[in-house]
Design a protein around this ligand. Structure first.
Ligand code: NAP
Length: 247
């Protein structure tokens, strides 16, 4: 019997990067995995990798999307609020729309995912939010993203207090720069705005991780799997840095 046999898992933003890696690993561990995102194509591609992965198109910023997703799914065991996006600009040139976009996808999206998930979470359930080291410290040129990710850590800590004593846990994962399409988009922005080469931009981002190297999606996935394991019920309300060092 596998570790997660019979468990129903929802992963938002499962069509790429960390979410796609988690989907495969959770399915291989025996879970029945549902991935979501806005674009059907990448979701379909990830779902084709394992018979226990299915997908639904849903936007985490839309209350109706998230409510009907969980209504359709019924009871769930593990909810991973992973969807997110990172746009960069100096604060002084950050438009209100960009600020709102970053808060909506990175913070409101987590709120809606965890709220709807909690309504249908079975005993022994696990709620996980993929925050970031940007939820624990500041980074230049991404103030809205940092503010949203700090908000995610606060949301997780508050919810942990609310559900304390119940047979469920809620935690935040805080990866440093991780090799995914989101990182490649950040590299492309730096190249476009500074004239650095992609190699220079990547080396710079990598050097800001305490471990001096990029994190791999599998390292984030392994932490999520551990949180969902049989002996992790006492890990609750934590913001776990996955960055190779102290954040
Ligand atoms: P990614 O490959 O770009 O994945 C982000 C996913 O979120 C995409 O599949 C995207 O799919 C989905 N998404 C974006 N907006 C959405 C929306 N409104 N509704 C539903 N889904 C949406 O990047 P990633 O690095 O794996 O990111 C996963 C999480 O890790 C994010 O929360 C990110 O902030 C966090 N993180 C990443 C890093 C890093 O360096 N890569 C570091 C720390 C934390 P659609 O576009 O199809 O919707």
């Amino acid at each position: 019997m596998s570790q997660l046999d019979g468990k129903r898992v929802v992963i938002t933003g499962g069509g790429s990067g960390i979410g796609a890696d988690m989907a495969q690993a959770f399915a291989e561990a025996g879970a029945d995995v549902v991935i979501t995102g806005r674009r059907g194509g990448p979701l379909e591609e990830v779902a084709a990798r394992h018979p226990s992965i299915s997908y639904a198109v849903a936007d985490v910023t839309q209350e109706d999307d998230m409510a009907s997703l969980f209504e359709h799914l019924g009871e769930v065991d593990i909810v991973i609020a992973n969807a997110g996006a990172a746009e960069s600009a100096p604060l002084i040139r950050t438009e209100l729309e960009q600020w709102q976009r970053m808060l909506e996808v990175n913070l409101t999206g987590v709120f809606l995912t965890l709220r709807e998930g909690l309504k249908r979470l079975r005993d022994g359930g696990r709620l996980i939010a993929v925050a970031s080291t940007a939820g624990l410290k500041g980074y230049p040129y991404v103030a809205p993203y940092c503010a949203a990710k700090h908000g995610v850590v606060g949301l997780v800590r508050a919810l942990a207090q609310e559900v304390a004593g119940r047979d469920i846990t809620v935690n935040a994962l805080c990866p440093g720069f991780t090799e995914t399409p989101l990182l490649e988009a950040s590299v492309a922005t730096i190249v476009a705005k500074t004239g650095q080469t992609a190699e220079q931009a990547r080396a710079h981002l990598q050097s800001t991780n305490p471990g001096g190297r990029l994190v791999q999606p599998a390292e984030v996935t392994a932490t999520a799997l551990w949180l969902c394991g049989p002996h992790s019920g006492a890990i609750h309300g934590q913001a776990i840095s996955i960055s190779g060092g102290e954040t």
